[in-house]
Every structure is written in C-alpha cells, then in structure tokens.
Design a protein around this ligand. Structure first.
Ligand code: GDP
Ligand code: IMO
Ligand code: MG
Length: 421
C-alpha cells in the first residue's frame, strides 16, 4: 500500500504551493486537491509563461498525470469553466486528465452573493474574504443543505431551486441588493460544461490507486494559520487546511499519510483582515512587498508583510506533523543587511514560544537578528552556490524548527528550485 504525501502551507497562504507541486509532480502518478476552492490562487511559471490555478490541481502541466478534485473541495462550475477554457486556449486541454469527486460541494451564484452580504453586514469587522462564496458553501455543507457534483446526475434542478429560494430569503434578510440573472445563466451553462469531465467516487479511486502501488501528492490550499480550527479565528477560511483535512477531504486513513511537506516563505505575508504579530508598517515592510511582488494572485489585493514568525511556524509544524520543510522566496531577502526572525512572543510581561489562544496587539515579537547575505540567490543552481550567511540562516531555522529544510526556492520559475536530498 502506498501512502499519500501532503504539501501544506504553514503560514497565511500564498507560500508558493503551486510552484512546488508542479516541481514535485514528476515523482507522482496522481495529484489531488482536498479542500478549499477558488479562493486559492496557485502560481506556476515555466518556459517564460505564468499560470494561476484556482480549482485545478497544480500537477496538470507535467506529462499527462491524473489530477483529482477531491470531495473536500468546493467547486464553482463557472470559475472552473473559465479556468479550464483559459488553459485550453494556451494549449493545455485537461478534459481527460482531470477527474472530479461526486462528493465535492458546488458553489452556487447565491453563495457568492451571500459571501458579499455577510461581509457587508460585518462592516469594519469584516474578514476580507476572497468573495468566492467559500464560507456560505461550507456552511451549507455542514448544515446538510449543500448541493454536490453528483447531484448534477440526479435531481439537480429541484435541489438547485430549493437552495436558491432559501438563499434569497437569507440575502433579503441582510437587506443586500443583488441581481443574479446574468450570473445564474452563465453558471447554469457552466454546469453543462462540467459534464465533459468524469465525475468519480474519488475515495475509491484514491484508495484503489494506493493499493495498486500508485503514488499520490495532495496539494493543500490556503495555510495552517487560516485553518477553521487552528487558525486566527474568526479571521480564517472555512475548511481544515491542515494535514488532517487531507484525510477527510480525500477519504484517506491517517495511517496512509506519508511525507508531510510544510511550505513557508522566508518572511511572512497575509491578505485580508486578522492578527499578524510580526507585521511591518515601515520601509522594510514596503520593501518586502515590492521585491516580493506581494499582491494577491486572484484578487490583486496588496498582501501585508512582516518578518518570519517561528512561534507560528513551530505551531504549524506540530499541528501538521511536518516531516520536511520547503523554504520559498529567500531571494526576496537578498538586499536586506539584517534579517529578523521572531523566536518568542512577549505578552503582558510573560515570554512564550507557544502560539496563544488570543492573538492581538498585546503580543510583542522578540526577534533574533541575523546578518544578510547581500548577494543575489536567484542564479544559484546548488547549495554549493549559496553565500555563507544564507547557509547560516538555513542552519538556524532547521535548529529552531527541529525539521530539515529539503527544498529551497530562489525564484518563481520551475527551475529556480534546489532540492537538497
Ligand atoms: P500559493 O498560493 O501558495 O501557490 O502561492 P501564490 O502563487 O499565491 O504566491 C506565491 C508567489 O510567489 C507567486 O507569484 C510565485 O510566482 C512567486 N514565487 C514562488 N516562489 C518564489 C521564489 O522562490 N522567489 C520569488 N521571488 N517568487 C516566488
Ligand atoms: P492560497 O491557496 C491567502 C484568506 C482571505 C481571507 C480569509 C477568508 O492561494 O494560499 P475565504 O474567501 O476563504 O472565505 O477568505 O482567507 N484566504 C487566502 N489568503 N491565500 C489563499 O489561498 C487564501 N484563501 C483564502 O484573504 O482573509
Ligand atoms: Mg495563492
């Protein structure tokens, strides 16, 4: 029996998951998504082209490998159609390679409106969602009102009408103005488009594949600090973004999880509202944003930036059982004379290295300062090319995090990746 390897974001998303899944795909037979939906924006670059994937797994570009959208995903047929059509237009027809779980939940046009209405009702306390209907769709799933991909083959029209009526009542109660006529028409056409793809009982497909000795990589979306249980609640997404989410989102038993790749940026970013203890509001923060091009892959929103937070990273490593670390975007730090890493929090005179229940402004990060390398990393081809200060930074992080860093990314391109072992 093979095991499923999982790749997860350890921060607030946008760590570079798409890039690394693409790089790792040649090692695997199947690549899957297991949670989240088109709130994700996973960027890949190769051959001078840039692609941003939202619902489609990032293993789609490497030699015809099977890609699966698992049961834990929420799928918007309209955004999916646009994504698939864009790929087809660039010469990547994915119709045969991509399979969709019958148990994945559908994002309805009214879910998107409800997302906007809920945010408007929250006013200043809004979450800053991606506006893709993620929260309302998972809410319907949990309250047992959802529509699933498999329903398209059954009494779909009836179920859709009932859900729409229920949603419209909710939207009206929030006094939110809306008009879904055009959106709904396009969405219903997209349902027809979706039927071109094979709907599967993915839990059987995945487990049969494992039994047949096939290897599977599961691609996380968002990041651990956006997890519905362990993230900075309520400023989180509505799914379990952690390793356990792979078990429920694919139907894989815990004992069949293999390597857990934890991916993080050499600094930290966050998009949307919510606490961020190491956030920078100074020139260094601006510099991280501009050199790192820290603007959302989907929404174009400016990402907030800050120093790396080892308290949060240790927490994420613990929750996910990370076996290997992957560090991204170290090249963004190339010109910083001093690099800071938060090793503990001081809260009301007490120092802790445990990620606390309440994350708010009373947290003061305690930093260790390390010398910068003042050299460009982006041309490095192997570890031997790394400047001493960067090697020291890696060694420091491995010691603090008690986990090996096995892959380092020094630029957005597929080839700007150094695998250490
Ligand atoms: P994901 O959501 O985790 O897949 O990450 P995103 O695609 O949202 O954001 C990562 C961004 O960083 C993308 O624009 C990537 O092209 C870019 N990127 C990835 N790795 C590196 C790297 O090592 N260096 C630099 N400079 N950019 C990178
Ligand atoms: P990837 O997979 C970064 C954030 C939103 C918001 C919160 C809730 O590209 O790393 P939602 O629309 O999920 O209800 O929004 O979560 N968020 C992300 N931030 N990367 C993502 O995905 C995100 N997906 C959701 O900004 O703060
Ligand atoms: Mg992203």
């Amino acid at each position: 029996m093979q095991k499923v390897d999982v790749l997860l974001g350890l921060q607030w998303g946008d760590e570079g998951k798409g890039k690394v899944v693409d790089v790792l795909t040649p090692r695997y037979d199947i690549v899957t998504r297991f949670q989240g939906g088109p709130n994700a924006g996973h960027t890949l670059e190769f051959d001078g082209q840039k692609y941003v994937l939202r619902s489609i797994p990032s293993g789609i570009f490497q030699g015809g490998k099977i890609n699966i959208i698992g049961n834990g995903v929420v799928l918007d047929p309209l955004l999916f159609m646009k994504e698939a059509q864009e790929l087809a237009a660039s010469g990547h027809d994915i119709t045969r390679q991509l399979k969709i779980s019958r148990k994945a939940h559908l994002i309805l046009p009214t879910h998107r409106i409800l997302d906007a209405a809920n945010e408007a009702a929250k006013g200043a306390g809004k979450i800053g969602t991606t506006g893709k209907g993620i929260g309302p769709t998972y809410t319907d799933k949990i309250s047992r009102n959802g529509l699933r991909v498999g329903d398209i083959e059954l009494n779909f029209a009836e179920k859709y009408a009932a859900a729409k009526t229920r949603h419209e009542k909710m939207i009206r109660s929030l006094n939110y103005d809306y008009d879904i006529t055009a959106l709904e028409q396009e969405w219903l056409q997209a349902i027809e488009f979706l039927k071109k793809f094979e709907f599967i009982d993915s839990e059987h497909v995945v487990n049969n594949a494992l039994r047949a000795g096939k290897s599977i990589l599961a691609e996380g979306a968002q990041g651990t600090l956006l997890d519905i249980d362990f993230g900075s609640y309520p400023f989180v997404t509505s799914s379990n973004t952690i390793c356990a989410g792979c078990c429920t989102g694919l139907g894989v038993a815990p004992r069949n999880i293999g390597e857990v790749f934890g991916i993080f940026k050499a600094y930290c970013t966050r998009v949307g509202s919510g606490p961020f203890p190491t956030e920078l509001f100074d020139a260094d923060g601006e510099k991280l944003c501009s050199i790192g091009h820290e603007f959302g892959a989907v929404t174009g929103r400016r990402r907030r930036t800050g120093w790396i937070d080892l308290v949060a990273l240790k927490y994420s490593i613990m929750i996910n059982g990370v076996t290997q670390l992957i560090m991204m975007k170290s090249d963004v730090l190339d010109t910083f004379p001093v690099i800071k890493a938060c090793t503990a929090y001081e809260i009301g005179g007490r120092v802790t290295s445990e990620f606390p229940f309440e994350i708010d402004d009373t947290i003061h990060p305690i930093y260790k300062e390390l010398p910068g390398w003042n050299t460009s990393l982006s041309e490095c081809k192997s570890e031997a090319d790394f400047p001493k200060e960067f090697k020291d930074y890696i060694a420091f992080l491995e010691k603090e995090l008690e986990t090996p860093i096995t892959i380092l990314s020094v630029g957005p391109d597929r080839h700007q990746t150094i695998v250490r072992k």
